[in-house]
Design a protein around this ligand. Structure first.
Ligand code: NAD
Length: 194
């Protein structure tokens, strides 16, 4: 978000029914609490869970490690994985021995924005890996002069993982699809159309 914009102020004036990103504190709070349901689930986290489910990756009872704890990605992903009954560990910039923690995981979701942070030897063989990170690196051969790389060293990780999302072309398109889906839900609710 641009520095001239006050994130807190904007969230406070946003109508809950139009919060298609699911970032309003009430939607986030309802996501966190058992027995409650948010009106919207944040798009990137929702896309990550959708990818796991549609790839038949079991979540219930599995160890999941989420790298990153931001309000828009890491935190809601960890809440969603808990809702799906995973045992969730959160790794962040101050975590000691992140590779040791990641190696315990059946599912690794990484959203740190640190290129090639997760190496092949961070992963348990057969783990499912969702790479949310995107980091632009200069590449004159690309149309816009740069290309995106993820948090995961794909070359190494793809040899160890049972499933892995590429960057680009993995989580990004899913985020867009989930935003469209949330927007459609919002419109249906607004017009009493179910
Ligand atoms: P952020 O900077 O707000 O948060 C990064 C998080 O990573 C923090 O919680 C920090 O503690 C943690 N972190 C930083 N360095 C770390 C390290 N070395 N080890 C472990 N944890 C570390 O970023 P964000 O908004 O959550 O986005 C994360 C990444 O995901 C970025 O690269 C962003 O571009 C990308 N992103 C992609 C999509 C998509 O649709 N593909 C959507 C949103 C964000």
């Amino acid at each position: 978000m641009g520095q001239h914009l006050d994130e807190g102020k904007i969230l406070n004036v946003l109508k809950l029914e139009k919060d298609v990103d699911g970032f309003h504190p009430l939607n986030m709070g309802n996501l966190a609490m058992r027995g409650r349901d948010p009106l919207f689930i944040p798009c990137t986290p929702k896309g990550c869970i959708e990818l796991l489910i549609r790839s038949s990756v079991e979540i219930m009872g599995k160890n999941a490690v989420v790298i990153g704890r931001s309000n828009i990605v890491g935190l809601p992903i960890s809440l969603l994985l808990q809702r799906h009954h995973a045992t969730v560990t959160i790794v962040h910039a101050f975590t000691k021995n992140p590779e040791q923690i990641a190696r315990e995981a059946d599912i690794v979701v990484t959203a740190a924005g640190v290129p090639n942070l997760v190496r092949g030897n961070w992963l348990k063989p057969g783990a499912a890996v969702i790479d949310v990170g995107t980091f632009p690196v200069e590449d004159p051969s690309c149309e816009n002069g740069y290309r995106l790389i993820g948090d995961v060293c794909y070359e190494e990780a793809s040899k160890v993982a049972s499933a892995i999302t590429p960057v680009p072309g993995g989580v990004g398109p899913m985020t867009i699809a989930m935003l469209l889906s949330n927007t459609l839900d919002s419109a249906k609710r607004a017009y009493d159309f179910t």
